[in-house]
Design a protein around this ligand. Structure first.
Ligand SMILES: [Fe+2]
Ligand SMILES: [Fe+2]
Length: 320
């Protein structure tokens, strides 16, 4: 695939909207994209149907039109979530796919104020959807991608952590701004943008130098966000503390139990769960029950135990 195009999900195109970018199709793997529809033409139900009949999952947009695509798609998410005629199923799919595409680009350009803003807006729409509709939360949990990419991991963690925070935070005193907390979940690994993919995807153990680098991603993430307009103490607490463990053996600061912010404790559970239930090139994913068992039996002093019990219930609910 030529670098001059990037893939977009069909779901990010809204019926009756007028996409301000050209749409390309790839007919055969490894063949170059061909123009399918010029920009500024209405995207209709008929066009969508035709693409579906031909089993098209992705279209391609020229990279030089990416700003047009991202500003269009984040607006479309917001309209779709608020549209009572759209099914919850479709809303969750649109939110998931669009946020993933925005995050994929953000990991390439992590200091882009515009892209961070778009990521925040789409995740705010996702949080609104999930907090107003329990069905949406369940559907989002089912949707989570089982292949491991840092950008889908970011979206998956946000979904699991948001589901958990809705159970846990009402019992903790004080005000909780779900939307800003959700932004923190989404951006928790933004510091990994500075770590070479060969280290992130390395099968087996990291050597000392690689591990030293990997352990810096929370601080790098905080530094990246604070170099943009998007620094925020709530987001910082999640970005910085999501690898701290209740027993004090986490990083970067070895904080213990109550020293770790509750939002970061929530994120830590969702983070490990997603990491072990997704496929990496070097191992198969664990099924949900097995993942929860390992977290309970082998990582017992890593997590907040009360939060873990609530986390397990989330999946009990799912099977009801
Ligand atoms: Fe992380
Ligand atoms: Fe993570």
């Amino acid at each position: 695939m030529s670098d001059s195009y990037f893939p977009i999900s069909l779901h990010s195109l809204r019926i009756a909207s007028i996409p301000p970018f050209d749409l390309f199709l790839v007919h055969k793997p490894a063949s170059p994209p061909v123009l399918y529809r010029n920009k500024d033409l209405e995207f209709t139900e008929e066009v969508l149907e035709k693409l579906r009949q031909n089993d098209v999952q992705n279209l391609y947009v020229p990279r030089h039109q990416r700003e047009d695509y991202f500003s269009y798609s984040s607006k479309m998410v917001s309209q779709t979530v608020k549209d009572p005629s759209v099914t919850v199923e479709r809303k969750t799919r649109v939110v998931y796919d669009t946020t993933s595409t925005i995050m994929e680009d953000l990991f390439v350009s992590p200091r882009s104020n515009v892209r961070i803003q778009q990521a925040k807006e789409t995740i705010n729409d996702a949080i609104e959807l999930m907090t107003n509709d329990e069905e949406a939360t369940r559907k989002m949990m089912f949707l989570t991608c089982h292949d491991y990419y840092t950008y889908t991991h970011s979206v998956n963690v946000t979904i699991f952590a948001t589901a958990l925070m809705q159970r846990v935070l009402p019992h903790i005193g004080g005000e909780h701004d779900y939307k800003v907390i959700g932004e923190g979940f989404l951006l928790h690994d933004i510091g990994k943008s500075a770590i070479p993919p060969a280290v992130i995807n390395k099968p087996g153990k990291l050597d000392e130098e690689e591990w030293r680098l990997m352990r810096r991603h929370p601080q790098i993430g905080q530094e990246i966000l604070n170099s943009t307009r998007h620094g925020d103490p709530i987001i910082d607490s999640i970005v910085l503390q999501h690898h701290e463990k209740m027993n004090g053996k986490g990083y970067p600061h070895g904080l213990k139990s109550e020293e770790i912010h509750p939002y970061a404790r929530i994120c830590a559970l969702a983070d490990v769960f997603d990491a072990i239930t997704t496929v990496r090139s070097y191992r198969d994913p664990l099924p949900t029950a097995e993942a929860l068992r390992i977290m309970r039996d082998e990582m017992e002093d890593h997590f907040d135990w009360d939060y873990f019990n609530e986390f397990v219930k989330l999946f009990g609910d799912l099977n009801e």
